[in-house]
Design a protein around this ligand. Structure first.
Ligand SMILES: Nc1ncnc2c1ncn2[C@@H]1O[C@H](COP(=O)(O)OP(=O)(O)O)[C@@H](O)[C@H]1O
Ligand SMILES: [Mg+2]
Length: 225
């Protein structure tokens, strides 16, 4: 369970978020929508403890995120899978190595890594490209690799911030289908996007932010419902 309780955020003199109240249940799929500059990314940064709210509390399961120290925060972030617009793959590592690396730095045993990486690459249809380097991948393939990396440690929550912004329509649809599949298998998904077509295709809960405020919250909705 994720709970934003009266979250406000000021940066300098600018009010970025105002009185955000939002609860997200386990296994929900939520689209966080709103125009560029609405405050979606700042809200996700607050959820991850990367930014502090000026007011309010953010609770994720047993964690009060805004009160956590840096060491506890990195422990917490390891339980979340993150995907961004720019794939942030390591350029000198292959697809396989990019995914394996996140498990290695967590101190996961090699035998487990050797089993888990092919499994998660298969899930995102990237097993055939395991030995390629990021520069050899299309945008869709790079983003699917980033998704595999986010899923490697079996997070209960995936946060995707504009993951389709640089993808063509086919690659966008493929990524959406994967996110829906991952959600169906029990992972909570929070997807921030300003892409109308993406929201219309997903038709799950849609929370709309405008100028730092939640202006609507609808179940099974399209962009303009
Ligand atoms: N570090 C920062 N300093 C000043 N303003 C910021 C900072 N980060 C974000 N903003 C401002 O906050 C608003 C919301 O930004 P953001 O959350 O990135 O929007 P979105 O992700 O919805 O496009 C924007 O007006 C942006 O310029
Ligand atoms: Mg953003």
């Amino acid at each position: 369970m994720i709970k934003f309780h009266n979250i406000s955020k000021k940066i300098g003199k600018t009010q970025i978020l105002s009185d955000i109240n939002l609860e997200i249940n386990p296994q929900e799929f939520i689209c966080l929508v709103g125009p560029s500059g609405a405050g979606k990314s700042v809200l996700l940064h607050i959820l991850l403890g990367a930014e502090h709210p000026t007011e309010g509390r953010i609770i994720v399961d047993e964690y009060i995120v805004n009160k956590m120290k840096e060491s506890a925060l990195s422990d917490f972030r390891r339980k979340v899978g993150m995907v961004f617009q720019d794939y942030k793959l390591l350029p000198h590592k292959t697809v396989y190595e990019n995914v394996a690396f996140v498990l290695e730095v967590c101190g996961i045993p090699d035998e487990y890594i050797k089993r888990r990486v092919p499994e998660v690459l298969k899930l995102v249809n990237m097993l055939d490209h395991a030995d390629k380097f990021p520069r050899e991948l299309s945008g869709g393939e790079a983003q699917r690799t980033a998704l595999a990396r986010a899923l490697a440690h079996m997070p209960k929550l995936i946060i995707a911030d504009e993951p389709t912004a640089d993808l063509d329509p086919d690659a966008t649809n493929e990524l959406i289908d994967l996110l829906l599949k991952i959600n169906k298998s029990g992972t909570t998904v929070i997807l921030a996007t300003h892409n109308k077509n993406v929201v219309d295709k997903i038709r799950k809960r849609v929370v709309t932010i405008h100028e730092g405020k939640i202006v609507s919250d609808k179940e099974s909705a399209g962009y303009s419902d």
